[in-house]
Design a protein around this ligand. Structure first.
Ligand code: ADP
Length: 164
């Protein structure tokens, strides 16, 4: 049986912390599906869902067992559609833990076949989040090492348009 894992998130935008989790998971599972959540609760995203999917596809091209897709609604419904029973989550700090713990228990309650596996962040990315990247970019700070080089210009352009 092939082991398919889903790595869900907003990825607005994808950071080197996300990419690290994707790369490490791709070595463990037969297939990793990055699920980009269309979340109506998150107002004013920087990138549209389809733009986010395109950016992630661009930076994960080198991994031949990684796919990228968007989804709406419940994660467990997306998992069923993709025939996956494994959710991958990255953990940065204790502060991530409580929320992720609650989500993992809820998903398991909704479907007891689903398991959430947590991967600890690599120490050099423990401070990194999409929102901190957006703050740095908004004030013209250097994005080197924070996001994949291939997408730096997309982020800078987006902010210059917004401020334009
Ligand atoms: P963010 O919190 O950066 O806005 P998302 O909501 O898109 O990111 O996160 C998707 C998943 O990636 C979550 O499981 C989150 O804990 C994990 N993640 C985010 N940033 C990192 C990082 N720097 N290292 C490890 N995991 C991370």
């Amino acid at each position: 049986m092939s082991k398919i894992a889903v790595y869900p998130g907003s990825f607005d935008p994808i950071t080197n912390g996300h990419l690290d989790i994707i790369e490490r998971s791709s070595k463990i599972f037969d297939k990793v599906i990055v699920g980009v959540l269309e979340n109506p609760e998150k107002k004013n995203p920087l990138f549209s869902v389809s733009e986010r999917v395109e950016l992630i596809k661009r930076v994960t091209e080198k991994f031949d067992n990684v796919e990228v897709e968007s989804f709406k609604g419940l994660l467990i419904d997306f998992m069923k559609k993709k025939e996956s029973k494994i959710i991958i989550k990255g953990l940065r700090a204790v502060s991530d833990f409580e929320y992720e713990f609650q989500m993992a228990l809820m998903n398991n309650k909704l479907d007891s076949n689903i398991e959430t596996l947590f991967m600890m962040t690599s120490s050099q990315y423990s401070y990194l989040s999409s929102s901190s990247v957006k703050q740095v970019a908004m004030y013209g700070g250097c994005l080197k090492g924070l996001v994949p080089d291939e997408i730096t210009q997309d982020i800078i352009k987006k902010f210059s348009k917004k401020q334009g």
